[in-house]
Design a protein around this ligand. Structure first.
Ligand code: FES
Ligand code: FES
Length: 215
């Protein structure tokens, strides 16, 4: 009897108990949210707001490019890189992503005849320009002489860096920077090869410079 009396004294009636728990939970949730907002530095809140505004303002931009001889009208996000556009949206996966920081040259393509690292180029900066990727270098089934020379001289092993090497090699000759082994090494130094195929890459470039590869 003494126990029954005690439980009646300490526990609220069941409906009241539920209401009490709900109110308590709501209060705790709201106060945690308020505490989190209060503890976030004001600068951080401003950055988040700014990012949201930029996203709203520049959701997509229209650009027209010529890629491997085909005109493309595209809607792109301002932060989209040429490399991501080529690989992720246009399925031109010959251009490789190595470092994504302009350090390895795996993503080399030509823009208006100049070699660039596609990972460092925003698409919106390329309006009206002509892009050539490794897929656009050959003429149908006929390989470019530089592609033939790489094959003839084993200028690759795993092949991951090879599209970038070939695009750079073609540009290296066009720029007039392939007059000696030393010059070729210097002007190809932005293209890294983890397999160490460098001597054979230099041979391939020399051969094309001196009259083309007939393999
Ligand atoms: S992926 Fe562009 S330089 Fe490495
Ligand atoms: S061939 Fe393998 S990284 Fe160059």
């Amino acid at each position: 009897m003494a126990d029954e009396g005690k439980s009646e004294m300490t526990l609220p009636a069941s409906d009241d108990h539920k209401k009490y728990n709900e109110t308590r939970r709501t209060f705790l949730k709201q106060s945690s949210l308020l505490t989190a907002v209060a503890l976030t530095p004001p600068g951080m809140l401003q950055i988040v707001e700014l990012e949201e505004k930029v996203d709203e303002q520049f959701e997509s931009v229209k650009v027209t490019l010529e890629i491997n001889g085909e005109t493309k009208e595209l809607s792109v996000e301002p932060r989209e890189t040429l490399l991501d556009l080529l690989r992720e949206r246009l399925d031109l996966t010959g251009t490789k992503k190595g470092c994504d920081y302009g350090q390895c040259g795996a993503c080399t393509v030509h823009v208006d005849g100049q070699r660039i690292n596609a990972c460092l180029a925003f698409v919106i900066m390329q309006e009206g320009k002509k892009i050539t990727t490794i897929e656009g270098l050959s003429k149908g089934a006929t390989l470019h002489p530089m592609q033939e020379a790489f094959m003839k001289h084993d200028g690759f092993q795993c092949g991951y860096c090879t599209p970038g090497q070939i695009m750079s090699a073609v540009a290296c000759i066009q720029e007039g920077h392939a007059n000696s082994k030393e010059e070729i090494r210097e002007y190809m130094s932005g293209n890294l090869c983890r397999c160490g195929a460098y001597p054979n890459i230099v041979k391939a470039i020399e051969e094309v410079k001196n009259g083309g590869a007939k393999g």
